[in-house]
Design a protein around this ligand. Sequence first.
Ligand code: AMP
Ligand code: ZN
Length: 112
Amino acid sequence: MDCVFCKIAAGEIPSKKVYEDDKVLAFYDLEPQAPVHILIIPKEHIASAAEITPENSSVVAHIYEVAAKLAAEQHLDDGFRIVCNAGKDGGQTVPHLHFHLLGGRSMKWPPG
Ligand code: AMP
Ligand code: ZN
């Protein structure tokens, strides 16, 4: 599978890990868009949010638990944002489901 995040999950491409368990991995984004910018991914290949099904959706709840834990560890006490870009119009560039945990600055709304 020629997927950069599958390769990161398998340890074939290096990453700056912040959290790992049997189901998910969290690592720092290469091009941070905020003082804290962490990506949280399922280890299982799911192409995008459009591919979430009753069979695989439990990992999404787990990712949100991990996000809350990491936000606390990163002292994002004033708030943070979790973003999941899906597909072309959503601005997704890596076709493996991932959630951006962004914090450390005030976010704008609506997103561009
Ligand atoms: P998206 O545009 O939502 O698909 O987000 C993909 C994100 O992955 C971008 O923020 C990239 O900076 C980040 N990214 C791509 N390759 C790597 C990598 N090898 N290590 C860490 N982050 C990466
Ligand atoms: Zn993948």
